[in-house]
Design a protein around this ligand. Structure first.
Ligand code: BG6
Length: 494
């Protein structure tokens, strides 16, 4: 494994802890070796030392044990080499190639390699070109070469297409593993299992029985140390065509012919392709943006977005987005999917809420029961991972009264909690060549196609009322209006 960006945040916070977890589970082969490629002057010891600090913090916060297992860490560090190189310099790739050919290099060049691009996205295209030119991406004699690319994959439809063109000129699609880290989350993977491995749900999973779907990805964190990145990104680009659309696709897709990577990805792609692309004139009724002002979260005051580090004091960037999506296919025609995601919201919650249609009220009217509670199925992705079902039950007693009740399954009760970064499965899958949980080019492009009119409209129409929601709140009032117009309302984020 060659990690480009070996000194970066992603490597420290997620990739190395994931490798440590894989080593603990003995899922890395004996011949495994890591080369950390970065520009900074470093040696093996200093690089490993800088990784260890974060790993310690991760292990402590995961509550599993208080200390890093030294035997496992030693096993990993024995296989870790630092390599000082410049991403933009062809000679660095030649030198890397020579390093991989060293006689004592574990496995030699005849082994299998994957190159993990944990680097700023503006270098993706050129890094792949350099890998190609140096021959490092060349598969031969049954050994493989794979490239792992993190998001953001483009900043809009045009740049995503251009990036794909550039890397597909060097690599075959089967060599590219585009990460969307939401797909590494167990609960996201479970959406498909829940739907297709249980006979109960599929018959009601359609426009006959479902009224609408709400997908919420709310965060309490602000932009952390990423003000500069966020100022050119915003909530729509950051979360919607990737993470949120993955949740939409898994909720709405048809059963695949098999669990083969392309069978699953083709079904997911079809859902995103079926989402109606709105006209510019429709944007203001189908999409809402927001930006947080000052407020309070967990009893503590938090500043406005415009006063965060590296953020303009007149910033027009959205930290919240809500959209109404229409999936124009046989199963979902007429069933809106409302999505929302925001920073500095009332609480952290990623949830898919499925609201079933109401019953014909005749019977209950006779029993003088008004407004029976609707049935909701809630797929809780994080935190408190689980699945709940809300329905009405008769309140015991001589009179006919209906109470709202809830059946609740929590992952932790059945399976315990696994200290995972979400990257373990993804890295493991790259090694075994299973691309099911990775984004295919067509998937990414159709995601951008849907959000493009909104990006364009927002770029040419400044928001008039930013900031329009208080930190720690439910989001902007305009988002409530979006559902109110359809006679619906958001579930409370709490
Ligand atoms: C990232 C976004 O892709 O996902 C962040 O860039 C966001 O802005 C994060 O906070 C959310 O991921 P998670 O795993 O913390 O829910």
């Amino acid at each position: 494994m060659v990690i480009f960006g070996a000194g970066g945040d992603l490597t420290k916070r997620l990739v190395v802890p994931a490798l440590y977890n894989l080593a603990c589970a003995k899922l890395l082969p004996e011949e495994f070796a890591i080369i950390g490629f970065d520009l900074a002057e470093n040696n093996d010891e200093s690089w490993q030392g800088s990784l260890f600090e974060m790993l310690e913090a991760f292990v402590k916060s995961s509550g599993r044990e208080s200390m890093v297992n030294q035997t496992v860490w030693h096993w990993l560090t024995e296989r870790m080499t630092y390599f000082q190189g410049d991403l933009n310099n062809p000679q660095s790739y030649e030198a890397l190639k020579a390093k991989l050919c060293e006689p004592d290099a574990k496995n030699g060049t005849r082994g299998n390699y994957f190159f993990y691009l944990a680097i700023d996205d503006r270098f993706f295209g050129s890094a792949v070109q350099h890998l190609g030119q140096s021959g490092l991406a060349q598969e031969a004699n049954g050994s493989w070469r794979r490239v792992v690319i993190e998001k953001p994959f483009g900043h809009d439809l045009e740049s995503a297409k251009a990036l794909d063109k550039k890397i597909l000129a060097i690599l075959d699609e089967s060599q590219i593993y585009r990460i969307d880290h939401f797909l590494g989350k167990e609960t996201v993977q479970n959406i498909v299992m829940f739907r297709f491995a249980n006979g109960l749900f599929e018959p009601v999973w359609n426009r006959d029985r479902i009224d609408h779907v709400q997908i919420t990805v709310s965060e309490t964190v602000g932009v952390e140390r990423r003000g500069r990145f966020y100022e050119k990104t915003g909530a729509l680009r950051d979360m919607v065509p990737n993470h949120v659309f993955q949740l939409v696709a898994m909720t709405a897709m048809e059963a695949p012919n098999s669990f083969d990577a392309d069978a699953v990805r083709s079904e997911k792609a079809k859902v995103i392709q079926a989402i109606k692309v709105c006209e510019s004139s429709e944007v203001s009724c189908t999409a809402v943006r927001g930006q947080y002002g000052p407020g309070e979260i967990g009893g503590k005051p938090v500043p406005a977005y415009r006063t965060e580090a590296d953020v303009s004091s007149t910033s027009q960037i959205e930290t919240y987005v809500a959209m109404k999506l229409q999936i124009e296919n046989w199963r979902w025609a007429g069933v809106p999917f409302y999505i929302r995601t925001g920073k500095r919201m009332a609480s952290r919650k990623t949830q898919i809420s499925i609201r079933f249609k109401e019953i014909p009220a005749v019977l209950l009217r006779e029993a003088r029961i008004d407004n029976p509670a609707p049935n909701w199925l809630l797929l809780r992705i994080q935190p408190e991972e689980g699945i709940a079902f809300e329905f009405g039950a008769k309140v015991p007693g001589p009179t006919m009264k209906l109470g709202d009740v809830r059946m609740d399954f929590k992952y932790a009760d059945y399976f315990g909690t696994a200290p995972s970064t979400g990257y373990e499965t993804l890295i493991y899958d790259v090694m075994i060549g299973d691309a099911t949980l990775f984004q295919r080019a067509d998937n990414i492009e159709s995601g951008w196609r849907v959000v493009q009119p909104v990006l364009d409209y927002w770029a040419s129409h400044s928001p008039k009322n930013f900031p329009n929601y208080a930190a720690g709140s439910q989001g902007p009032a305009e988002a409530d209006e979006l559902l109110k117009r359809d006679g619906r309302e958001w579930r409370k984020i709490n």
